[in-house]
Design a protein around this ligand. Structure first.
Ligand SMILES: [Cu+2]
Length: 69
């Protein structure tokens, strides 16, 4: 598994954290997901490059802004 850190803007509370965590975890090929409200980021593990693209797309699909990663 590879690891990446996605910078995410727009998360305001623990509900957002839960939403992003569950959304990212639902992506096929995703491994461990750790979302931090304070750091405005998600640390993710994934199996292949294509999965990382799907993880990034999921952040946007959920209505948050992907600022790095
Ligand atoms: Cu929220």
């Amino acid at each position: 598994m590879a690891t990446a850190v996605l910078g995410i803007e727009g998360m305001t509370c623990e509900h957002c954290v839960k939403r992003v965590t569950e959304g990212l975890a639902s992506v096929t090929g995703a491994g461990t997901i750790k979302v931090s409200l304070e750091r405005k980021q998600a640390q993710v593990t994934y199996d292949k490059a294509e999965t990382l693209q799907h993880l990034k797309a999921k952040v946007v699909e959920l209505g948050y802004k992907l600022v790095s990663g």
